[in-house]
Design a protein around this ligand. Structure first.
Ligand code: ADE
Ligand code: SF4
Length: 357
């Protein structure tokens, strides 16, 4: 058998598998590029089960790209709350405005033009171009790296330039150019349901006979990954002041995690401060005289893709007029409005835990 027919057998087998195992997903009911784009952005760093309710809520509120482009961004950020990676939401919004402004309200309809949209990289452009428009572009992501590295027992590390090139070439060769949408989605579902990261279901796998890793009993060695880079550790000390029905919040402005989200006054330090040390900080000290009661401090660890945040939340109940620190950007907010502002998942966890939500 020559390699060309082996390749077409693999794609055919994948598509047959897909025809009976495909997941019923709400963006698969038609080929509306807006819905497909939205689903791909949500799924960039999120599992399907977790992303589904967000997809439903966002499309319910914003059924098309015009509605999204014309809404205030805060509404989208609020709907996005809990999904994390908020730059996705900001890019989503910016891209909606690009579509309306630069593309006359019509979604770009090729891989190359899709790449011009904010937040749309090679993977997302390939996914939208193939699924919505039938363009013969193979998607290449972690799923595809995994399946291909196993099928071909390919041990080039996936994170190298060389590795990416090899995997992209193979993925494109594997693509069935007459059914790019089915092929790509088959590969996505196959990677998520059959050839899974931890315990792939090799015993009932329709590609078993074509899988070199299976043949050499080396499935667990693929894909070859990079050694993990240590995560940056950060120490956040938050101050929640409760003054009657009010509290004080500020918006994150700097180019950092959680840009534009709201949070309580924060001191970031290069070490983990004890509650005592935090209480003596100049940010907090002015409230000492006014403090009626301090709640038990809440310690939370929050893990992001490249960072670990060690957070300490101190809640002070104070009385009298609160003098806002000079030049601070603190805003007064009624406690009952806290649930209406977009906050990070860390702050949300604190609010739930401390029953201020
Ligand atoms: N993961 C990323 N995109 C996907 C899609 N369109 N269907 C299923 N899983 C996905
Ligand atoms: Fe993946 Fe196992 Fe099937 Fe090979 S045999 S493709 S490793 S599920």
């Amino acid at each position: 058998m020559n390699s060309e027919s082996a390749i077409s057998i693999i794609s055919t087998t994948l598509q047959e598998w897909y025809s009976t195992h495909r997941r019923d997903l709400p963006w698969r009911t038609n080929s509306d590029p807006y819905r497909i784009w939205l689903s791909e952005i949500i799924l960039q760093q999120t599992r399907v089960e977790q992303g589904l309710p967000y997809f439903e809520r966002i499309t319910h509120r914003f059924p098309d790209v015009h509605t999204l482009a014309n809404a205030p961004i805060d509404e989208l950020l609020k709907l996005w709350q809990g999904l994390g990676y908020y730059s996705r939401a900001r890019n989503l919004y910016a891209a909606a405005q690009q579509v309306v402004r630069d593309f006359g309200g019509r979604f770009p309809d090729s891989y190359d033009t899709l790449l011009q949209l904010k937040g749309v990289g090679e993977y997302t452009a390939a996914a939208i171009a193939s699924i919505a428009y039938g363009e013969a572009k193979a998607v290449v992501d972690g799923n595809v790296f995994r399946v291909i590295s196993r099928l071909y027992a390919l041990d080039t590390p996936t994170y190298t330039t060389e590795g990416k090139k090899q995997f992209t070439t193979l993925a494109q060769q594997l693509l069935d150019p007459s059914h790019p949408s089915e092929h790509n989605q088959a590969l996505m579902d196959f990677g998520a349901m059959q050839c899974t990261p931890a315990s792939p279901r090799c015993s009932d796998c329709p590609l078993q006979a074509h899988c070199l890793a299976y043949a050499s009993d080396t499935v667990s060695q693929y894909p070859v990954r990079r050694s993990a880079t240590p995560k940056r550790e950060r120490f956040f000390h938050y101050l929640m002041i409760v003054n009657g029905n009010n509290t004080y919040i500020q918006q994150r402005e700097h180019k950092d995690i959680w840009q534009h989200l709201w949070e309580f006054p924060l001191l970031e330090a290069d070490h983990e401060m004890s509650t005592e040390e935090w209480l003596q900080d100049p940010l907090l000290a002015p409230f000492a005289q006014q403090t009626l009661r301090m709640e038990t401090p809440v310690k939370l660890r929050h893990i992001l893709s490249h960072q670990i945040i060690h957070a300490l939340f101190v809640t002070l109940h104070v009385s009298g007029t609160v003098e806002l620190p000079p030049e601070s950007s603190w805003r007064t907010l009624s406690l009952s409005d806290l649930s209406g502002v977009a906050v990070s998942r860390l702050t949300e966890k604190f609010l739930v835990k401390s029953e201020h939500n």
